[in-house]
Design a protein around this ligand. Structure first.
Ligand code: CDV
Length: 311
């Protein structure tokens, strides 16, 4: 055994959450997986995006109805407190995605990091929101993240807890290299994220095998290029007939998948993440201070879409 710094890292994938499922029943499933993660030696567990309800942006409903049924006005609430109690009881930190309603009725697709003391130590609000805000009347379902959520206003920050520097993001953010690089430039060691990736998209036709492949490629490439661990947790399976991919995974800073789910149900995967594995890359091939050339990257912050070639 080496004496490297490490953390026991678990991903708790969640199977389908149907319209009829109560918050309390979902929280019970999450707590059960916290116990399973702890029994495997985990110190931290990663739950999915919008983990407490069905993936409601697929339904055309009013903002008021969505707020009433699917958003959290407080965290913890009566219904979510068992997660915080379990964290304290088990000495286990966690990441959780949920729909956040602020006091002034603004909606965000949010995630938090909670310490083993049951304190919220970090909050993130999703920045790369996919989908649309209008009603696609001819589509079999909607993807209304742009209707129900504002673009996150907290940036890609990092949070120190359990002697680890965590970064976090949500779902579609995982496909964008800027997400990870901004966090890696702040010394992130572990990037945690949750996702709901539908197998069918109303905007483009990508077969399921490719959807799984592009999901994993995004995690693997960005783990390697930033020397970070990436732990990604799906909500998956068929929610009232709407299927979402699984393949939750833990990826090492080498870009290798060290654990991956095999079901589309509630399933815990885990590993002991050697935090010095990332240091090896950050000190050599991806030594940012030595090798990055930001003077040649200006277009990345100046432009959103494709424009004219630079002179
Ligand atoms: N919830 C998501 O952000 N889903 C997107 C889909 C729409 C592609 C994803 O990146 O998986």
């Amino acid at each position: 055994m080496n004496n490297h710094r490490s953390i026991g890292l678990a991903v708790a994938q969640l199977g389908a959450v149907h319209l009829a499922d109560s918050r309390a029943s979902v929280v019970r499933r999450l707590v059960e997986m916290m116990r399973e993660a702890k029994s495997r030696g985990a110190d931290f567990v990663v739950f999915p995006e919008l983990a407490l309800t069905t993936f409601f942006p697929r339904y055309w409903i009013t903002e008021e109805e969505a707020h009433e049924r699917y958003f959290e006005a407080t965290m913890p609430s009566e219904e979510t407190r068992p997660l915080f109690d379990a964290a304290r009881e088990l000495g286990l930190g966690f990441y959780l995605g949920y729909a956040e309603l602020t006091e002034d009725k603004r909606g965000f697709n949010t995630s938090i990091i909670v310490s083993p003391q049951g304190e919220i130590v970090g909050k993130y609000r999703k920045i790369h929101l996919p989908g649309h805000s209008d009603h696609k009347v001819d589509a079999p379902f909607q993807h209304l993240e742009k209707k129900f959520f504002e673009v996150g206003d907290l940036g890609f920050r990092v949070f120190d807890t359990q002697s680890v520097r965590f970064g976090m993001c949500l779902c579609n953010d995982r496909r964008w290299p800027e997400t990870y690089r901004v966090m890696a430039l702040q010394g992130a060691e572990v990037v945690v994220l949750g996702y709901n990736t539908p197998s069918v998209n109303i905007h483009w036709n990508e077969p399921v095998h490719l959807r799984t492949s592009t999901h994993l490629i995004s995690l693997q490439a960005n783990a390697y290029q930033n020397g970070v661990w990436v732990a990604a947790s799906a909500k998956c399976g068929s929610e009232d007939g709407h299927h979402m991919i699984g393949s939750s995974a833990i990826v090492a800073p080498t870009g290798e998948i060290v654990a991956r789910t095999v079901t589309e149900e509630d399933e815990v995967i885990s590993t002991r993440a050697d935090l010095d594995l990332g240091a090896m890359f950050r000190e050599h091939v991806f030594n940012f201070a030595k090798h990055r050339r930001p003077e040649h990257y200006k277009l990345i912050t100046e432009r959103t879409g494709v424009g004219a070639p630079i002179a």
